[in-house]
Design a protein around this ligand. Structure first.
Ligand SMILES: NC(=O)C1=CN([C@@H]2O[C@H](COP(=O)(O)OP(=O)(O)OC[C@H]3O[C@@H](n4cnc5c(N)ncnc54)[C@H](O)[C@@H]3O)[C@@H](O)[C@H]2O)C=CC1
Ligand SMILES: CCCCC/C=C\C=C\C(=O)C/C=C\C/C=C\CCCC(=O)O
Length: 258
C-alpha cells in the first residue's frame, strides 16, 4: 500500500515509539491523527509537525484508550477531517505491575477496543475502504519477561488477538490486513525509572538487565521502519515482526491447519 494521501490514526502518538511511527507515516505522505492522553505533549508535537509538514497533515485528539466513548469520538473526528481511515496503529501502552488491571485495560483491552471501533470505519463490509491495522506488542509477547508477568500477558494477548483477527478479517472480506510489531528494548520513557513499576518483581531487575545485555537496546526509528514494512507490504497479514539489535525477524509460529 502506498501511503500518499492515506489517512492514519496512531494511539500513544505524543512520544516514544508512537511519535516515531507518526513521523515515518508523515514522511511517506500520509495524514496522521495523533491520539494521546497527554494533551500538553500531544499539542506541542502537533505544532512542531505542522511547521514541518503543513497544518492539514496532522490532527491532535486528546484520547484515553481506556474509554470507548473517547476512541469513538476521535475516530469520527479523524474520518470527518481526513475523509476516512486507512491505517490504525494501536500503539499506546504502559508498564506497571503494581496497577496491573490498568496495564491490562490499556495494553490489551485498548487494542481490542480500538480495533473493533476502527472496523466500523475501515471494513469494506460497513462501507469503508479497507486498509491496515498494526498493533504494538513486544518481544515480551513471544518470550516471557519474568520481571513483568502481567505486561507479558498483555503483549501475548495482543499477538494472539492480532493473528486471530487477521484470519477472521481475510475470511470475512473486511479488506483489512492486521499485523503485530514485537520490539525488544527500545530507548523511551517507558524504560526509564522502571524499578518502582516492576512492583512485587522489582527484586528481579537484574534479570531484566541480563536480558538487555543480551539483546541490546534499539532506537524508536528502528521500530518505525518495521512498521512501515508491515503497512506497505500487501503480502503481510497476521505477521508478528520482532526487531532488536541484531535486526528484524518474522516469528515462525507452529501451524495446526496443515
Ligand atoms: N520502550 C520499550 O522498550 C518497548 C515498548 N513497547 C511498546 O511500545 C508502545 C509504546 O511504548 P513507548 O513509546 O516505549 O512508551 P512511552 O511511555 O514513551 O510512550 C507511550 C505513549 O502512550 C501514551 N499513553 C499511555 N497511556 C495511554 C492511554 N491510556 N491512552 C492514550 N495514550 C496513552 C503516553 O502518554 C505516551 O505518549 C507500548 O505499547 C509499549 O508496551 C514494546 C516493546 C519495547
Ligand atoms: C525473548 C524474551 C523476552 C524479551 C523481551 C524484550 C524486551 C521487551 C521490552 C518491553 O516490552 C518493555 C521495556 C522494558 C522492560 C522492563 C524492564 C526493563 C528493566 C530495565 C531497568 O531496570 O532499567
Amino acid at each position: 500500500m502506498a501511503l500518499n494521501g492515506k489517512s492514519a490514526v496512531v494511539t500513544g502518538a505524543a512520544m516514544g515509539i508512537g511519535r516515531a511511527i507518526t513521523e515515518i507515516l508523515l514522511q511517506n505522505g500520509a495524514q496522521v491523527a495523533l491520539l494521546d492522553v497527554n494533551k500538553t505533549a500531544g499539542e506541542s508535537l502537533m505544532e512542531e509537525l505542522n511547521k514541518q509538514y503543513g497544518a492539514d497533515r496532522t490532527l491532535f485528539l486528546s484520547c484515553n484508550v481506556e474509554s470507548e466513548e473517547q476512541i469513538k469520538a476521535a475516530f469520527q473526528k479523524t474520518a470527518e477531517t481526513f475523509g476516512g481511515i486507512d491505517i490504525l496503529c494501536n500503539n499506546a501502552g504502559i508498564l506497571n505491575e503494581s496497577t496491573w488491571e490498568k496495564t491490562v485495560s490499556i495494553n490489551l483491552m485498548g487494542v481490542i477496543r480500538g480495533t473493533y471501533l476502527a472496523l466500523e470505519h475501515m471494513s469494506k463490509l460497513s462501507g469503508g475502504r479497507g486498509g491496515v491495522i498494526i498493533n504494538t506488542a513486544s518481544m515480551a509477547g513471544i518470550g516471557p519477561l519474568p520481571t513483568c508477568p502481567v505486561y507479558t500477558a498483555t503483549k501475548s494477548g495482543v499477538v494472539g488477538f492480532t493473528r486471530a483477527m487477521a484470519t477472521a478479517s481475510a475470511a470475512s472480506g473486511y479488506g483489512i490486513r492486521i499485523n503485530v510489531l514485537c520490539p525488544g528494548f527500545v530507548q523511551t520513557d517507558l524504560m526509564s525509572n522502571i524499578t518502582t513499576r516492576l512492583g512485587q518483581f522489582s527484586h528481579l531487575a537484574d534479570l531484566a538487565h541480563q536480558l538487555i545485555d543480551k539483546i541490546g537496546i534499539i532506537k524508536v526509528s528502528d521500530v518505525a521502519e518495521c512498521l512501515l514494512e508491515l503497512v506497505t507490504d500487501d503480502t503481510k497479514n497476521g505477521e508478528a515482526l520482532m526487531v532488536f539489535e541484531k535486526g528484524r525477524q518474522y516469528v515462525n509460529f507452529p501451524s495446526f491447519t496443515q
